[in-house]
Design a protein around this ligand. Structure first.
Ligand code: HEM
Length: 361
């Protein structure tokens, strides 16, 4: 068969190039969610979280914006080393950088009125491997999926006319998500601690511990304070002091180190490892695997925690993720929030504490 004329050969090459460009462009567009605007992406989730603040706060975390950096170390226990070959359990002095924060998108939130308090940590083992954690004072998550969290976030965004969440949208969300009732009941009834130091912080998700023999155990962990619990009084809450928890933390650290036992709860075959909104039964075996020791605090504007992303999917050998899909969603959204705030800092955002604009709280 004779070869096609040169003009057709060129046209065929152009068509092939156009097809490659269209395919690559389409793949990018699909990944970015442009072709499916209803698909949940890290960008859409982060946009929804931003929309819950009436004022933008450039340079700050999009959630848990108000916090204080802390430093200290982790003391591993033999019981931990029996469950996981993570180096931190085999050593008494793994250095850590952390951050204590309150929930919410404002860096000027009132400590004394914060229902959710948090502890985030990066443990860096002698071999350089890192274990990043971001834990909250609630004992289980409010919803069972990233999509539900997105819908809840959108439902709680302030209505532009009232500046408050629309009660009808909130009620519609609650009707569609009965699992959120359990969290609402906790938020209403659980006693409020009066210090970061006497609060327990929960990892919420299931993870896998793998020991030196290759045995795997599904666990959830909590940091249980050695400082005795004291309930915050209604008067303390109403006094609404800005930096109540941070000031208290600094005062306590001036007097000496603060400690939390790391307690792991061992799952049985009956326990769901993929749903962080469902607590495991109270009678599950618990093991103390180590101790978090905090010794210092620094402002978040200048401290070592500012430019850290406490991504809960960064785990060392000896620890592996479970099938909980919210873990992956968190990794993607934290990266998006980190990227946005770092760009803003690079462009000169004042994270040292912008003067409090009228109504900035
Ligand atoms: C789909 C679910 C979730 C989303 C979309 C989400 C979103 C975010 C975002 C955007 C940040 C700011 C990250 C940064 O800029 O570095 C953040 C921080 C944080 N989140 Fe979440 N979160 C989710 C679930 C959870 C859960 C289940 C917990 C508790 C186990 C948690 C605990 C924290 C803590 C402690 C911080 C502050 C970390 C720090 O001090 O840097 N989050 N979250």
């Amino acid at each position: 068969m004779p070869a096609p004329p040169a003009v057709f050969r060129r046209t065929g090459a152009y068509v092939a190039i156009a097809a490659v460009v269209a395919t690559v462009g389409g793949a990018f567009a699909w990944t970015a969610g442009w072709l499916t605007p209803e698909r949940l992406t890290a960008t859409r989730m982060t946009d929804a979280i931003e929309a819950t603040s009436t004022t933008p706060y450039p340079g700050f975390r999009r959630a848990h914006a108000k916090g204080i950096c802390v430093g200290g170390h982790f003391e591993g226990a033999p019981e931990g080393a029996a469950l996981s070959r993570a180096q931190v359990f085999a050593h008494a002095g793994t250095p850590l950088v952390g951050r204590m924060s309150i929930g919410g998108g404002s860096p000027y939130g009132l400590d004394a009125q914060a229902r959710v308090r948090s502890m985030a940590l990066v443990l860096t083992a002698a071999d350089g491997s890192e274990w990043r954690m971001a834990m909250n004072s609630f004992p289980f998550f409010g919803v069972a999926s990233a999509q539900a969290f997105f819908e809840q976030t959108r439902a709680s965004a302030p209505d532009p006319t009232t500046g408050k969440p629309d009660p009808e949208r909130m009620a519609a969300f609650a009707a569609q998500h009965p699992e959120a009732q359990r969290f609402a009941a906790w938020a209403k009834s659980a006693p409020w601690s009066d210090s970061f130091a006497n609060t327990a912080y929960n990892g919420i998700h299931a993870y896998r511990f793998i020991n030196g023999d290759g045995e795997t155990q599904l666990v959830r962990w909590s940091m249980r304070p050695q400082t005795p619990f004291v309930e915050m009084s209604a008067a303390q809450r109403e006094a609404a002091e800005d930096n109540y928890l941070q000031d208290d933390l600094r005062t306590r650290l001036d007097a000496g180190p603060l400690r939390w036992d790391m307690v792991v709860t061992l799952a049985t075959a009956d326990d769901d490892a993929s749903d962080p909104s469902t607590p495991w039964p109270d009678d599950r075996e618990q093991v103390v695997v180590g101790t978090v020791v905090l010794t210092s605090a620094q402002d978040q504007a200048t401290g070592a925690c500012r430019d850290l992303n406490f991504d809960p999917t960064v785990v060392p050998a000896g620890v592996a993720l479970s099938d909980d899909p919210i873990l992956d969603a968190r990794a993607a959204v934290y990266a998006q929030s980190f990227d946005r705030r770092q760009r803003e800092v690079a462009r000169g955002a004042d994270v040292a504490g912008t003067p409090r604009a009228e109504g900035a709280r």
